[in-house]
Write a protein that binds this ligand. Sequence first.
Ligand SMILES: *Cc1c(COP(=O)(O)O)cnc(C)c1O
Length: 445
Amino acid sequence: MMSAHPVDHAGTPAVHSNASEALLARARAVIPGGVNSPVRAFGSVGGTPRFMVRGTGPWIWDADGERYVDLVCSWGPMILGHGHPDVLGAVTAAAAAGFSFGMPTEREVLLAEEIVGRVGPVQQVRLVNSGTEATMSAIRLARGFTGRSLIVKFAGCYHGHVDALLAAAGSGVATFGLPDSPGVPPSAAGETIVLPYNDLAAVEAVFAERGDQIAALITEASPGNMGVVPPAPGFTQGLRQITQAHGALLISDEVMTGFRCSPSGWLGLEGVPASGAPDLFTFGKVMGGGFPAAAFGGRADVMAMLAPEGPVYQAGTLSGNPVAAAAGLATLRACTDEVYQRLDEVSGTLAGVVTESFTRHGIPHRIQWAGSMFSVFFREGEVTDYATARDQDAERFGRFFHAMLRRGVHLPPSCFETWFVSAAHDDEAVEHTARAIEQAAAQIA
Ligand SMILES: *Cc1c(COP(=O)(O)O)cnc(C)c1O
């Protein structure tokens, strides 16, 4: 599945990455693959990942001093751009007052109140350190609450690297074409049922057969880890009806979409289904403001099962860390209506340039949206599930990625990822990116 290094085309400015290459060589000696999260390794696009040195607003600089417009935005968290003054101020003040106490602080209450205030069906939350921890804990809670073991998930949905949720996952697992991961015991994988996304009939069939053993169905609120593949009209509502009819919980994973698609995430765009809200939600990325903070929450009667109130154990030495909570709180508070408007403008402009340039050069493409989140599939026709998402020209994406990189635009290094913009993407950054798209499209035509 891994493509060879894309061919460099004559006439494009060469970008030397000597410092990144040297750092990667050193990193490889002491870190597997030289990276601490697989998709950073450029595995599917080839070439050397750039080691980053600093960022400000929409721009990031690598170890060789090259400047890029950042369309990764740390995979979502940097919704305000790099070094936003409010967040920097909050982090600095929090750090000066103490890094960690392992005891409750007011900021945790404020952050929890902010989340509960934005997402109606969420009555209580517990703070954790990563999206993976959030989904892992939500699943344990669902199992504890229902007294059942089976979990239903969708192919191409990524919920972090939780054993039970790695089956047919998107994101890095999709990028590398990995099978279900070694190290996940058959006993864990055997408790997970994987279904095609947007296929309500498949969900109905599985629940008809094993509904009384299913603890929860977990889904990305609007999938973004196989590229952006929103739920078909009525799909979320159908999931709610089916799970409810069988006494299973519905877990909406808003780690990526939460506080990005709208002030209250995907839920704010789609609305609460007429059949009822999901029971549990998971959050991460934006709510940490670039620091390790995430959360899971939902119905108070379900959350009451958690220790110390209830018997389901869940804990964390650094959970609710003062600096991370300060960053998350400052980020959410700075996410005004103007911020969401700017995200829409920037993503709308960039997607428009892609459509125009790719059409002019006859490059098959399809753009899909979830709020301001969008991704460009290198294929024609609607993408509704993992099978259609995989049926695209990944090799051509690799050439496009490097053509963009050479022109100072850092895209996510995989055709299965969302392009993330920030409110700090000003006209200069947008115009720079637009020119790069036009030239890169001509190059890969
Ligand atoms: C990123 C992501 C996760 C995992 O979060 P980490 O902080 O990387 O562990 C879980 N679910 C979704 C939908 C994500 O996009």
